[in-house]
Design a protein around this ligand. Structure first.
Ligand code: HEC
Ligand code: HEC
Length: 355
């Protein structure tokens, strides 16, 4: 038979995307080459090294509505690539039409995130985290038994599990590991900022002023201005991977206890995971509850709106009234700098897209 005839026979017999039944599907441990650019190499779990097949299975699962009860919602519904795998709605809506109370988080450079996942860090590992949205009634509202049944019924998935893990047994652990590996592969380090650091381009005058403000400490004698951002949003990840209270609320107005919900310690009240600022211009609205819709509002908050409370971070001392005293130009420059952290290659990389 000519290849084309085989192809059409194949479609008739097995549906689109079928594999040639003559070719046995085998375990394929080809390593996945993680492109880290100027970032240090991450320390990853060693039980399952990153493999092309596991990343590829994770990518398919991430974009598949099959993981939800209704078949309509995938991880990508609330973590959309073009907005850095986050969601532009304030609160995401799950398959029951119910809303959560937190904003979706961008999924960027999680291979270096070591202190816990979710705004309050309640999941210790990414593979464990990945199963929560599936069973969360406010999100995908499905049972793991059903997911396993649906995946096992698919010849394509069984083949993918063989290639990724050596046999076609579909288990929650394997689903978690595959999703974890896909999320490890989401590396963003090719923004204009990175190109400028590497010497391939120059920041504009305004961006460069913003960069200096971002990286400088506040000077109480007012000889030089500084915005103090780098303490917590430290380059090159633009996060210190810690839980902190940046002063959004005072003790009386706190609604979400944040990290305290996990540790049960009042000293962790209203502390949240410091989010990365990579691709921040694309991930509005901002903060765990999406209360700010623009970067201008965020910068004004740090300039003049930080509230005092028992657990506000000591690093926010200069943000408390009278505040950083940034003028209009300073604020515009800071926003201009934040926009240099957008990495269009990452946001449009076909390797991260729905397969
Ligand atoms: C209905 C919307 C929705 C769906 C569907 C969803 N997520 Fe999320 N995701 C969120 C929200 C909201 C948060 C923050 C929740 C919190 O902190 O309590 C989040 C947080 C995360 C985080 C934490 C990131 C970090 O830096 O700590 C990861 C990882 C993640 N989701 C992965 C996934 C995966 C994998 C799937 C599919 C299995 C998925 N999400 C499905 C809305 C969603
Ligand atoms: C003391 C540590 C700290 C400092 C200093 C700090 N931040 Fe933050 N930042 C945080 C924390 C914690 C959050 C998340 C807070 C929340 O959602 O409750 C955050 C959130 C943000 C967000 C929203 C991110 C998102 O994904 O929603 C932006 C933008 C931001 N910070 C920019 C800045 C800028 C600009 C500066 C300097 C003017 C700065 N931060 C200084 C800790 C800090």
């Amino acid at each position: 038979m000519k290849p084309l005839t085989i192809f059409f026979a194949c479609i008739v017999a097995f549906g689109i995307g079928c594999t040639d039944p003559e070719v046995p599907v085998t375990f394929d441990e080809t390593p996945f080459p993680l492109r880290t650019d100027n970032l240090p190499d991450p320390i990853l779990p060693t039980d399952y090294p990153l493999s092309q097949q596991r990343v590829s299975l994770g990518r398919t699962l991430f974009h598949d509505g099959l993981l939800s009860r209704t078949g309509t919602q995938s991880c990508a519904t609330c973590h959309s690539q073009i907005v850095s795998f986050s969601d532009n709605r304030r609160y995401s809506t799950g398959v029951r039409g119910l809303q959560g109370t937190r904003q979706s988080m961008a999924l960027v450079n999680l291979a270096w995130s070591k202190r816990g996942f979710f705004w309050d860090g309640r999941s210790p590992t990414l593979r464990e985290q990945a199963l929560h949205p599936i069973i969360d009634t406010l999100e995908m509202d499905e049972t793991l038994d059903n997911v396993i049944r649906k995946l096992s019924a698919s010849r394509l998935y069984r083949d993918q599990f063989i290639k990724a893990f050596g046999n076609d047994s579909v288990t929650p652990e394997r689903i978690g590991i595959a999703l974890e590996q896909f999320m490890f592969s989401l590396v963003s380090a090719q923004s204009k900022y990175d190109r400028a650091v590497a010497g391939f381009t120059l920041l504009s005058e305004s961006e460069e002023r913003g960069r200096q403000l971002f990286l400088r400490e506040f000077d109480p004698t007012y000889k030089r201005k500084g915005a103090e951002c780098f303490h917590c949003h430290a380059p090159p990840f633009f996060t210190n991977d810690r839980f902190m209270n940046n002063g959004l609320d005072d003790d009386a107005s706190v609604v979400d206890l944040g990290r305290e919900l996990v540790t049960k310690s009042p000293s962790d009240r209203a502390k949240f995971k410091v989010p990365t600022l990579r691709n921040i211009a694309r991930t509005a609205p901002y903060m765990h509850d999406g209360r700010f819709s623009t970067l201008e509002e965020v910068v004004e908050f740090y300039n003049s709106g930080v509230r005092r409370s028992a657990t506000v971070d000591p690093l926010m001392q200069f943000n408390l009234a009278p505040g950083l005293r940034l003028d209009e130009r300073d604020k515009a420059d800071l926003v201009a700098f934040l926009k240099t952290l957008t990495d269009d290659q990452f946001l449009t990389n076909p390797r991260h897209r729905m397969p």
